[in-house]
Design a protein. Structure first.
Length: 468
């Protein structure tokens, strides 16, 4: 009853504030306590009453409309000296942050209905109030230097970039903080992946019949779809790909995460972004450079120790003092190498899910390099870059496998109880695709008949095949 009474009083005050009344009390509350009103609603969003939380989220929408209304004076904000120097645009942004950040935090709510409602509301506010609404803006290029379109409610690219970096990208942290439950769906592996070492467990092919409740299963795809939609809308309106970098930054945050499940989800969505979402005219060489470096990093083994330095090199100085110093240095190097291997094995125990990344990265790279239009777009340079990266990845996986055989883990299982793929399985899967790449390159005319190609610089495929 106390919560109901308090919420009725709060909503009553909100209704009075937003009805453009001329009475003094609502004007003061609206003008000087705007942030406090937002914070009060957000307290109900995070509260235990789900019905009140949903209604509180709905109540945030009129407050956003109020901020975006040109006919209404902005609320008074306690500004610092710095914000005063930055001008009215900074002050206006300062009023938006409590709403945007509050909804961003609510997207991490353990209740699925609350986080879905929060995400839908947040994306709706950004779409409605952070893009220009000028008639015919879709047909004409928007001049971002126009002062009329520099305030947030009219939309500008700089503000959208701030929203991506400060509001949308941080929401990916919810996948790690809310994604450690055993009820999470198994991390997918490629259909043609062979588990000849670990074997196929019953849950590898298990189809979940229960309702999915984990953040990664229920919210991640909606978040990324919404961000990609904002990016495509900005390309259409502004005729620039600035927000493509922000979306790639979100994917990169997924790939470098400690969570193997988040990294695999991010890679699969990145593949869809490249192949299906983006128009080929928008894709540049810089775009391919970023994507290829991201994928190639997924082929490496994080924290892999270097090769143990050998001591069998010939030495010209065989004096007792020199031999003793050399043996001491060799022993110190071996101890250091053993310590690094112990740390690597320990990290493998803690982050076993990340072993799923390698095989999925191979599958995605193979899919991209098997697509003629994609290969023509990226060019031979990035084709070879990914191919040679796969070769080095295979070497890393085999070295990691040797270490794990020497120092077997006692509790190497992933968060959901499944055995992660063995590094030897990843290496074999990578070699399959390496053979496919070589067959594709060797089958080219300039490789089969190099004498028919005039000039010394006209055999790029032959050079590529030799590199691989």
């Amino acid at each position: 009853k106390v919560a109901d009474t308090g919420f009725k009083m709060l909503t009553s005050q909100l209704d009075q504030c937003l009805d453009r009344s001329e009475s003094l009390s609502p004007v003061v509350l609206r003008a000087e306590r705007f942030v406090d009103l937002v914070d009060a609603l957000l307290m109900y969003v995070s509260g235990p009453r789900e019905d009140k939380a949903i209604e509180a989220i709905d109540r945030l929408v009129p407050l956003a409309d109020y901020l975006a209304d040109d006919k209404t004076a902005l609320p008074v904000v306690r500004t610092s000296k710095l914000s005063k120097e930055q001008g009215s645009q900074s002050q206006e942004l300062e009023m938006w942050w409590p709403i945007l950040l509050g909804l961003s935090r609510a997207v991490g709510d353990p209740r699925r209905t609350i986080r879905t409602k929060s995400l839908v509301t947040l994306l709706s506010i950004i779409n409605q109030h952070f893009f220009p609404s000028r008639e015919g803006s879709k047909e004409a290029h928007i001049d971002t230097s126009d002062t009329e379109f520099q305030s947030p409610q009219h939309g500008d690219l700089q503000t959208l970039q701030l929203v991506f970096r400060g509001v949308l990208t941080p929401m990916l942290e919810h996948a790690e903080t809310r994604g450690n439950s055993g009820s999470r769906s198994p991390i997918p592996l490629p259909d043609d992946f062979e588990r000849f070492v670990t074997g196929t467990t019953s849950r590898d092919t298990e189809q979940s019949t229960g309702e999915k409740t984990e953040w990664l299963d229920t919210t991640f795809d909606h978040l990324m779809d919404g961000c990609v939609s904002l990016c495509l809308k900005s390309i259409e309106i502004y005729q620039t790909d600035c927000l493509v970098e922000e979306v790639l930054g979100m994917f990169n945050s997924c790939l470098i995460s400690d969570s193997g499940a988040l990294a695999v989800r991010g890679m699969l969505r990145l593949q869809s972004f490249v192949v299906e979402d983006l128009d080929k005219d928008v894709i540049t060489d810089d775009f391919w450079a970023t994507v290829c470096h991201m994928l190639r990093r997924c082929l490496s083994v994080r924290g892999l120790p270097g090769q143990l330095s050998g001591s069998a090199e010939e030495e010209t100085d065989t004096s007792p003092g020199t031999r003793k110093d050399r043996e001491s240095d060799t022993q110190a190097q071996q101890q250091e190498a053993l310590a690094m291997m112990s740390e690597f094995v320990l990290e493998e125990e803690l982050l076993a899910d990340r072993r799923h990344i390698g095989s999925n990265a191979v599958m995605i790279i193979g899919s991209l390099l098997g697509n003629r239009s994609i290969v023509e777009s990226m060019g031979l340079r990035w084709y070879v870059f990914l191919g040679t990266g796969l070769g080095r990845g295979i070497e890393d996986w085999e070295q990691a496998a040797r270490i794990m055989i020497m120092y077997p883990s006692q509790s190497l299982t992933s968060d959901n109880g499944l055995d992660p793929p063995h590094y030897l399985e990843n290496a074999l899967y990578g070699r399959k695709y390496m053979v496919k790449f070589l067959v594709h390159l060797i089958g080219k005319e300039e490789v089969l008949n190099p004498e028919k190609i005039a000039g010394t610089d006209s055999k790029p495929s032959a050079t590529a095949a030799k590199s691989l």
